[in-house]
Design a protein around this ligand. Structure first.
Ligand SMILES: *Cc1c(COP(=O)(O)O)cnc(C)c1O
Length: 405
């Protein structure tokens, strides 16, 4: 058993007044360790080393082999834990790596309730692999708490939600879900990728585990993949560390550093993403080529009040229905500033066609019931000038009227 490494900042740095009281904007900039105590480096070094020399038999610096533990990754894990108000953070190579890890906390025969409109990759992982291994899943519209309650079974051990959901932007009541799953001594897991810890901290209101695709807002620049689990349960931490060490999906040092670097601007980016999204969502609603716009910042969105009660913002994601399916290929071809690519949360605005991209793995009947149809487009609003973004959409929508009137 190797002693847990001394956190670098225990050596000679103490946050004035205790770091956790800092606002998220400050935490994101300074991270867990604001400078390297050995050299004074402001940027955390990239420990690009697969292994670490031991001083002697049964002695360790705290670091042994980088699949298990790496100082750059540890700094990022501790920073994420602080940002999400958890005790522990674990970093994985991708968001799916994190989700593959946490699903192993459950046993064959366990039943999990899962949001019906969630990230397609999570759906695929659960149905194509874990269902085969004897896990049971119910796909439920978790924005309706009564449906969640009705889906509870004696063997329900987990509730996995996204709020806002992907791509329909439905809001699920985190507190109510926490109350329901607690009756079964199960775990509430929230995929907090869409709002990021800048706008929502599910652990504060009853969630047991938070997961992230750090590929999105956390790193923020469409230049790296990463994934996280944050939580505060010591018994689960031991299990998750074994899973992380064993599975081989640990985050690489350079990608950890890129994520740390991206995180520094989380606050300014999230505020800009949201301000742009609010303007563009309002504007899209007025366009004759658009049928419906889904954005939790609309006061007439069914989840508006609930979202305000559990989050500090509405985020930068918008989904909308084009009036005709024929508009979809025209919009995707004609946008030029906005890039037609899957993913979200980066500084560049991206447009996605969930039916054939992010949600292709979900069976048609289920997709349609959730609202993911052939007219749905999803926009990840970047931090460009919102006027330029609207002008780009306007010219693309203008072509729809010309080419498919
Ligand atoms: C992208 C995404 C994931 C998967 O993350 P990767 O980093 O692509 O593996 C999981 N959940 C949500 C909500 C996502 O957007």
């Amino acid at each position: 058993m190797i002693e847990k490494p001394k956190e670098i900042n225990e050596l000679d740095w103490e946050a004035p007044g205790g770091a956790p009281s800092y606002s998220p904007a400050t935490l994101a900039v300074h991270g867990f360790t604001p400078f390297d105590p050995h050299t004074g480096a402001i940027s955390v070094p990239i420990y690009q080393s697969s292994t670490f020399r031991h001083p002697g038999l049964r002695q360790s610096t705290g670091y042994d082999y980088s699949r298990c533990i790496n100082p750059t990754r540890t700094e990022l894990e501790n920073t994420l834990a602080r940002l999400e108000h958890g005790q522990y953070g674990l970093a994985f190579a991708t968001g799916m790596g994190a989700i593959s890890g946490l699903i192993k906390l459950f046993q064959p025969g366990d039943h999990l309730i899962v949001s019906e409109d969630l990230y397609g990759g999570t759906y695929r992982l659960f149905t194509e692999f874990y269902a085969k291994y004897g896990f049971q899943f119910s796909w439920i519209d978790t924005s309706d708490t009564a449906k969640v309650e009705a889906a509870l079974q004696p063997n329900t051990k987990g509730l996995f939600i996204e709020t806002p959901s992907n791509p329909m932007m439905k809001i699920t009541d985190i507190r109510a879900c926490a109350g329901l799953i607690r009756q079964r001594e199960g775990l509430l897991i929230v995929d907090n990728t869409f709002l990021s810890p800048y706008y929502q901290n599910p652990l504060d209101i009853g969630a047991d585990l938070v997961v992230h695709s750090g590929t999105k807002y956390l790193s923020g620049h469409n230049d790296t993949l990463s994934g996280f689990i944050v939580h505060s349960k010591a018994d689960i931490e031991e299990k998750l560390r074994v899973i992380q060490r064993s599975e081989g999906a640990s985050l690489a040092p350079f990608d950890a550093w890129l994520t740390l670097r991206g995180l520094k601007t989380l606050a300014v980016r999230m505020e800009r993403h949201e301000a742009n999204a609010a303007r563009i969502a309002r504007w899209l609603r007025e366009q004759p080529q658009i049928d419906r716009v889904f954005y939790p910042g609309f006061m007439d969105h069914s989840g508006y009040a609930l979202n305000r009660s559990q989050a500090r913002g509405n985020g930068g994601m918008i989904s909308f229905y084009a009036r005709k399916p024929g508009y979809v290929p025209i919009i995707l071809k004609q946008v030029s500033l906005i890039l037609f690519a899957e993913s979200l949360g980066g500084v560049e605005s991206l447009i996605t066609y969930p039916l054939e991209q992010t949600h292709a793995a979900i069976p048609e009947a289920m997709r349609l019931a959730a609202g993911v149809n052939d007219r749905l487009l999803r926009l990840s609003v970047g931090i460009e000038d919102s006027g330029d973004l609207m002008a780009d959409l306007e010219q693309a929508l203008g072509r729809c009227s010309l080419e498919a009137p």
